[in-house]
Write a protein that binds this ligand. Structure first.
Ligand code: GLY
Ligand code: MN
Ligand code: MN
Length: 436
């Protein structure tokens, strides 16, 4: 990603915050065990506006400031520390390479931050998981408010930047889409591999290992989220990640795995028969989920309200389950009272981008937002019938032959000017393609 794109994003965001000051904190580091940390992954808002991917950094955006509109506080160069835990960009390069008007060592934060906030009329800050830093911002605010009436300036409110920043992230630029297509292409290749590998006797982790190997081999950062390789009844656990079971003939295998490529993500699910053939019940439910998914994708159109694609998949699934006798009663009542939820308990999709469950507004008050070109959404209906399935109160018990089946089909869909583009179209999902 070019620096000019980060600059352009900052300019767009600063035009919205006007006379306020935004303070952004880098992602916290997380302990894996004892003194070993997880790989660092920058906070997506911080990355989106700065491109700077180190820990222990603060970005300040003060559009009203005469000279220092973009300021970075970063870890200073330190030969000893860098020997142990990696190179640091340092204060000078933060200015030169990341376009900051001014940069300071993070140790000077308390001393230097005030000047970038005292004349702002509000602070844009997201209360994050770092309570110590939350307190730093609150203390600064408190201090500035004690002199507000005397000086006539100061921030009178703290506002979360979500409503101003997230709509920017929601619409993907050409270079963001190029990275997302790359993340999709790598994951698509991995899903082809899963289709080849899945056989009776294969362990779930063998497929996970080969897919994640490809994610790295093709230059990706790794899995976009813990890969789900779920055979048999494990497919009914939405976030199953143990991936340690040996698959058997006659079962299904649900694979939900996506790749992270240079900060952008793909998110793909396919459900295969472990042998070469679906059983009769598996095939009926597979075709139903596929129909629900295609009907939902049909609703992913510019200017369509967010709720329509979910409504389409729900209605298709309810109609199908009713015709199989697995749901009974009045269709409108079943939908309204969500009596289908024991079978289909999650939403039909989510925004996708820098975060797998990406930011973006779905609803303001009672009003659903509409899809707009450049947005990317997943479409992922499913049906899950656990062995110990409990129907909604008053609904029929499910005969044993349907139990232990879990199916989800998930694609990543870009909204275009004229309709949509299924980015993951190269990953097969027809019954014929699955049965081979
Ligand atoms: N893999 C997470 C999701 O599908 O939302
Ligand atoms: Mn998924
Ligand atoms: Mn998803």
């Amino acid at each position: 990603m070019m620096q000019s794109e980060f600059r352009q994003r900052r300019e767009q965001f600063m035009a919205k915050i006007g006379t306020g000051t935004a303070i952004l904190r880098s992602a916290p580091t997380a302990v894996m065990h004892n003194d070993v940390e997880y790989n660092f992954r920058q906070d997506s808002n911080f990355f989106y506006l700065t491109g700077f991917n180190e820990a222990d950094a603060i970005a300040v955006l003060a559009p009203w400031h005469e000279t220092h509109k973009f300021v970075l506080f970063v870890q200073p160069k330190d030969r000893d520390k860098e020997t142990w835990s990696g190179y640091r960009i340092g204060v000078d390069a933060a200015k030169e390479q990341y376009g900051a008007d001014e940069a300071y060592p993070i140790s000077e934060l308390d001393e230097k931050l005030t000047q970038y906030v005292e004349k702002a009329d509000r602070i844009f800050y997201h209360l994050g998981r770092d309570r110590t830093f939350n307190q730093t911002v609150l203390d600064l605010w408190q201090r500035l408010m004690t002199t507000y009436e005397k000086k006539g300036t100061g921030p009178i409110a703290i506002e979360d930047p979500a409503l101003l920043l997230h709509p920017l992230r929601q619409t993907k630029s050409a270079s963001e889409l190029a990275l997302m297509r790359k993340a999709v292409a790598i994951a698509a290749e991995a899903h082809h591999l899963a289709l080849e590998m899945r056989k009776p006797g294969c362990y779930e982790y063998e497929i996970q290992a080969e897919m994640e190997r490809l994610f790295r081999l093709r230059g990706g950062v790794g899995a976009a989220y813990p890969s789900i390789v779920a055979s048999g009844a494990n497919a009914c656990i939405l976030h199953y990640t143990e991936n340690n079971r040996q698959m058997q003939d006659g079962e299904l295998l649900l694979v939900d795995a996506g790749c992270s490529y240079d900060y952008y993500n793909s998110d793909i699910t396919r459900t295969y028969p472990v042998g070469n053939q679906f059983t009769a019940e598996q095939k009926i439910l597979y075709e139903l989920v596929l129909k629900a998914q295609l009907n939902a994708i049909e609703q992913v159109q510019p200017n369509n309200a967010w709720n329509l694609f979910h409504d389409a998949s729900v209605r298709t699934i309810v109609e199908g389950l009713m015709s199989l006798g697995l749901l009974q009663g009045d269709i409108e009542e079943i939908i309204k009272e969500e009596k289908y939820k024991p079978f289909f308990m999650h939403g039909t999709g989510h925004w996708l981008g820098l975060d797998v469950h990406d930011v973006g507004i779905r609803q303001i008050g009672e009003t659903w937002q509409t899809f707009q070109p450049g947005q990317v959404v997943t479409v992922e209906p499913g049906i899950y019938i656990r062995p110990d399935f409990q129907p909604f109160e008053g609904q029929p018990q499910v005969p044993d032959r349907w139990r232990g089946i879990g199916i989800r089909i998930e694609d990543d869909v870009l909204i275009t000017e004229t309709g949509h583009d299924v980015l993951t179209a190269a990953v097969p999902k027809t019954v014929e393609a699955m049965e081979r």
